[in-house]
Design a protein around this ligand. Structure first.
Ligand code: AMP
Length: 216
């Protein structure tokens, strides 16, 4: 099954994705993670995306679609996080999946107030080495500013700074919210309240996935 996770930045898409990968064995495609890795490695794709990502703007659809098309294999069970972000990307995804002989099976929309999304983004820290995500309020590392997994330093994502986080939320409302209506129309959308504890959110998501059929 192909499952999409939609939600404002800070709504917990990354955290839930890690849980769902363990639970169902999905292959995981997080466009934001891919861009951050490509930017760090200074690849051609990274150079194209860098200015947009740092400013909290969306990378142009053609760049994103080309990147995703090269990463979807026929027959794979995928969890897509942070993609699509626009209705045009959704159309592009349908085409990519059609060519791979599959289609979107379920779209989960994590809902959260803007105030809570900003609070979560500003308290988020990521490992500068392995990318593990922490939160100084809800998931503090054992040692301050040190990754529990690999011992490297934790940093704040540049685009999680207050001004850029607000900008990303605005972009989300303007460009990504219309996707909710689009997938509702396609009868694929399920809304999940993302304000609670991670275990409760995971259980709500798993109930929807199980209702649609096993993921592998
Ligand atoms: P994220 O980690 O999902 O919050 O994404 C971080 C940044 O990467 C976004 O603010 C965009 O600049 C870029 N990005 C990630 N996914 C997409 C996408 N599907 N379309 C356009 N830009 C994206």
């Amino acid at each position: 099954m192909i499952v999409l996770l939609l939600g404002a930045p800070g709504s917990g898409k990354g955290t839930q994705s890690q849980r769902l990968i363990k639970r169902y064995g999905f292959k995981y495609l997080a466009t934001g993670d891919i861009f951050r890795a490509e930017i760090a490695q200074k690849t051609a794709l990274g150079l194209k995306a860098e200015g947009y990502v740092k400013a909290g703007k969306l990378v142009p659809d053609d760049v994103v679609l080309e990147m995703v098309a090269g990463r979807i294999e026929p027959g794979g069970q995928y969890l897509l996080d942070g993609f699509p972000r626009t209705v045009d990307q959704a159309h592009g995804l349908s085409e990519i999946l059609r060519r791979a002989g599959t289609e979107v099976g379920l779209v989960l929309s994590l809902t959260l107030s803007s105030a809570e999304a900003i609070r979560r983004m500003s308290s988020r820290r990521i490992c500068s080495n392995c990318g593990e995500v922490f939160n100084v309020i809800s998931r503090a590392p054992r040692v301050e500013n040190v990754c529990d997994k690999c011992g490297a330093a934790l940093i704040q994502r540049e685009d999680d700074s207050a001004a850029t986080a607000e900008k990303r939320l605005m972009v989300f409302e303007l460009q990504t919210q219309p996707l909710v209506a689009y997938y509702k129309g396609e009868q694929l959308l399920k809304e999940i309240d993302a304000s609670g504890a991670p275990d409760a959110i995971e259980a709500a998501i798993a109930a929807e996935i199980d209702a649609r059929g096993k993921a592998r």
